[in-house]
Design a protein around this ligand. Structure first.
Ligand SMILES: [Mg+2]
Length: 209
């Protein structure tokens, strides 16, 4: 019997395109503004809270939901408004051909909201080389690295973790993937590799089966 082909689980932001260049700064500003407005605090306090929730929960949205009962859809809608998303995207189009040639099936596994995720997929053309995608709504608002997020994806795809290769720029998100039995590839320029990372590369263009 042939070994089962791999299931690739790709993070989106800063894994398949460069979100740090223009997109993250805008989202961070929008989130700080949202927190300041809805929690009635000044900008400095709002910014500190935004980062605190991101560190504690893996996503600012989850901190707002848990600690302030904020509606996650309302929060995500208002913090992901872009006048011209296409102008903000930094993407290497050669990645499309590269991903298409990877054996197995390819899915997006992202903490981002659906509208934004679909926008990026359309602008980059990534939708043409992927077999499907999971947004934060699809994950029942359980972001990585919460175990529920991974288990949801495994159940939906009906695959065993041992078949999955997770590709991520967040080492924290790979830790849970490894704990469940997935192979882990970290997109990073860091000098050291944590024990739960199987492979470290600087760009998705360097992925090999
Ligand atoms: Mg990322």
């Amino acid at each position: 019997m042939r070994p089962a082909s791999p299931i690739w689980l790709f993070d989106l932001d800063d894994t398949l395109h460069n979100a740090s260049a223009h997109i993250f700064p805008q989202i961070n500003t929008a989130m700080t503004r949202y927190l300041a407005e809805h929690l009635t605090v000044d900008d400095a306090t709002a910014n500190a809270l935004r980062m605190k929730y991101w560190r504690k929960y893996g996503a600012t949205m989850l901190g707002m939901l848990r600690e302030h009962r904020t509606n996650p859809r309302h929060f995500l809608y208002h913090t992901h408004q872009f006048e011209n998303l296409a102008e903000l995207v930094v993407f290497d189009r050669a990645l499309l051909t590269h991903l298409r040639h990877l054996p197995g099936r390819r899915y997006l596994f992202s903490n981002a909201p659906r509208a934004y995720l679909d926008g990026i997929l359309r602008i980059t053309g990534l939708h043409r080389v992927l077999h499907g995608s999971f947004s934060i709504e699809d994950l029942g608002f359980h972001p990585k690295p919460q175990p529920q997020a991974y288990i949801h994806v495994l159940r939906q795809l009906r695959v065993a973790p041992a078949r999955c290769i997770m590709v991520e720029d967040s080492a924290a998100n790979l830790r849970e993937a490894k704990r469940l039995g997935m192979r882990t590839i970290w997109i990073s320029r860091a000098a050291k590799r944590p024990a739960w990372v199987d492979q470290k590369i600087t760009s998705a263009r360097l992925l090999r089966a």
